[in-house]
Unconditional design. Structure first.
Length: 614
């Protein structure tokens, strides 16, 4: 939520900032702004409401904002409506302090009142303006330098923040501070960068520093200095971390949207994730500190996640329960945080997150840890907040995911969860050697089978036209198919704005069927052999009420013809791994409906990727 960037060096700052913001736009896109400083002059601040494109137009791609020092921001509104006034950067009235912020200052009202009593006035509704003016207040009142002023702010402000600030008296420096929101720093020859996330600096650097909570610091040319809350220089303790991603991974290339690029990358990234954990035809989690002995002993599994990541947890629940014969409880991270139920300390708490920054997921993990559980994080972004506090981290190898709607990260999460289930079943003696080999071989087929589905994508493109006039769409299925339906429905509603709901097929008759008519389409997912006929009966009931039905099943199940208007087939695979194949047509369907409706699937309205607020 919100992306910040900062640059100081020898290049025109505005161009570096705008390029960085274009890579962070997934974090929010209701307004954007930059502040660039040219020598001793006050920074020139330019902001524009709406997507970054408006700021690019307004600044002629940055050319009208000269200077070599600057900060930038792309916003997902929290305090105050999306508007030019509320857009960042914000400044003190005399431009003594100018800065950008990602996060939420929880006690901003109280701080604002304090500042109003001291004579400050406010032009925006944002908590950020309060933060900037608080820094200005401490700086002037105590006649102190930036380190002390920032540290005083950090002591006083509650909530989360990553900030980049310029002080009038320090024309060749950019200051930063962090608590709770991500912030990375990179440096080059005579230049340095800061950003909320790695894609913003991939073009310029392949190593980064992660700023920790309650640290602040300063960029000056190619030098970076870090301080702790006492104002002690801690630079010598900071370590540069290698980035594994390539610069072009965060670019669209010849694709019209990141989403379709990311959908098409799935065979490769799924294979990369499989290869990371399958060595010599055996699953290897020892390298991440998760031995077979540990897996054999867990008595319960608790899974916490949000959105699509939560949906992968539901798939895993079905598989782990039946394969490993232990109870699996899956909770939305935002719910788990505020409820109390008995947790078995011999259980493993798994959190799943693409970004590794989702606040609810992070806090659920911390709560599980505090309750004495071992924690495992399945995360896509190396070095992210969740990975730094988890006991065990299993990375997914999806590469940077830029489109707001997740596709490839979801697929890679499924892979890690399947591997975990199989390895745990094996460790517990419930999966024998022969079955183990069989499962591994089946898993290795997934990338090529995804490719086969992608080769037929034009069929889904044609089908997408049928959805344009639909009022509602239901996704129905049983067992694992129901878990998959949850993801299919979320994908459709988030990028097409069509109301879509996932229903356990057996539940339809208990109320929902009253909504079925000719304006409602139902996608029925039937990949589980033992449940096929049951779901088929539910399809017949829908057709009898004038609802149209699209069946999604495996090749060979041709009898779905009798109960559906349209059919989509995916290659055969062991039933428990079917979600990895059946999700592909559902992703494609949402993508094509979105594009046909003239929506930008990469940046659907009101959303942002990486939800770092509650
Ligand atoms: C939907 C989507 C979201 C995320 C959710 C969790 O397409 O992307 O539902 O899955 O916000 O985000 P992460 O995985 O970063 O924790």
């Amino acid at each position: 939520m919100c992306g910040i960037v900062g640059y100081i060096g020898t290049k025109p700052a505005a161009e570096v900032l705008l390029s960085g913001l274009s890579k962070l736009e997934y974090r929010g896109y209701d307004s954007a702004g930059i502040a660039v400083r040219n020598g001793l002059d006050n920074p020139l601040i330019v902001k524009a409401k709406g997507k970054l494109k408006h700021l690019l137009d307004k600044t002629n791609n940055g050319k009208t904002v000269p200077g070599f020092v600057g900060v930038g921001h792309t916003r997902w509104a929290t305090h105050g409506a999306p508007s030019e006034l509320n857009a960042h950067p914000h400044c003190s009235d005399d431009m003594n302090v100018v800065g950008v912020h990602n996060g939420i200052i929880e006690n901003y009202q109280e701080l604002k009142e304090k500042l109003i009593n001291k004579g400050y006035t406010f032009y925006s509704q944002t908590d950020t303006e309060v933060l900037i003016k608080l820094a200005d207040y401490y700086y002037k009142k105590y006649n102190i330098g930036p380190v002390d002023a920032i540290n005083k702010v950090m002591v006083r402000a509650r909530g989360s923040y990553a900030v980049a600030i310029m002080f009038k008296d320090y024309p060749n420096q950019i200051w930063f501070a962090k608590k709770g929101s991500p912030l990375i720093i990179a440096k080059g020859k005579d230049e340095s960068f800061l950003a909320s996330d790695v894609p913003a600096i991939l073009e310029y650097a392949n190593q980064v520093y992660y700023v920790e909570d309650y640290e602040c610091g300063c960029l000056e040319g190619g030098n970076v200095t870090f301080y702790n809350l006492d104002g002690t220089d801690i630079t010598s303790t900071k370590k540069l971390v290698n980035i594994d991603w390539k610069a072009d991974a965060a670019c669209k290339g010849n694709y019209p949207h990141f989403m379709i690029k990311e959908i098409e990358e799935q065979p490769r990234v799924v294979e990369d994730t499989l290869n990371a954990y399958i060595k010599d035809n055996k699953i290897d989690f020892d390298s991440i500190g998760l031995s077979k002995e540990m897996l054999s002993k867990y008595e319960n599994i608790y899974i916490f996640a949000c959105g699509s990541a939560y949906h992968t947890g539901i798939v895993a629940q079905y598989i782990i329960e039946s394969m490993c014969n232990i109870p699996v409880r899956v909770d939305l991270a935002s719910e788990f945080k505020y409820r109390n139920y008995p947790l078995n300390k011999n259980g493993l708490a798994i959190v799943i997150s693409q970004s590794g920054e989702t606040k609810d997921t992070y806090e659920a993990m911390i709560k599980a840890k505090e309750c004495g559980l071992n924690t495992m994080a399945i995360v896509n972004v190396k070095g992210s907040t969740i990975t730094r506090d988890a006991d065990i981290t299993a990375l997914t190898y999806a590469g940077p995911e830029i489109s707001v709607a997740t596709t490839k990260a979801y697929s890679c999460q499924l892979i890690v969860l399947y591997l975990l289930a199989v390895q745990m079943g094996y460790a517990k003696g419930l999966v024998d050697e022969k079955k183990y080999e069989y499962y591994i071989n089946e898993l290795k087929q997934i990338p090529s089978k995804i490719n086969e589905i992608l080769d037929e994508k034009v069929e889904i493109q044609k089908l997408a036209n049928k959805f344009l006039s639909m009022r509602d769409v239901f996704f129905i299925g049983r067992g694992i198919d129901y878990a998959l339906c949850m993801e299919g429905a979320l994908k459709l509603k988030e990028i097409t704005y069509i109301n879509a709901n996932a229903y356990a097929a057996g539940e339809l008759k208990h109320g929902t069927i009253s909504l079925i008519d000719e304006h409602v389409a139902t996608v029925a997912v039937l990949t589980q052999e033992d449940l096929f006929e049951k779901t088929q009966s539910n399809m017949v009931e829908i057709r009898a009420r004038e609802g149209s039905v699209i069946a999604l099943t495996t090749y060979g199940n041709y009898k779905v013809d009798q109960a559906s208007n349209d059919q989509v087939y995916v290659p055969e695979i062991e039933d428990i791994f079917a979600p990895s194949l059946a999700i592909i047509p559902l992703q494609l369907l949402s993508y094509y409906v979105s594009v046909n409706k003239g929506i930008d699937p990469d940046k659907p309205k009101n959303l942002a990727k990486s939800v770092t607020v509650e």
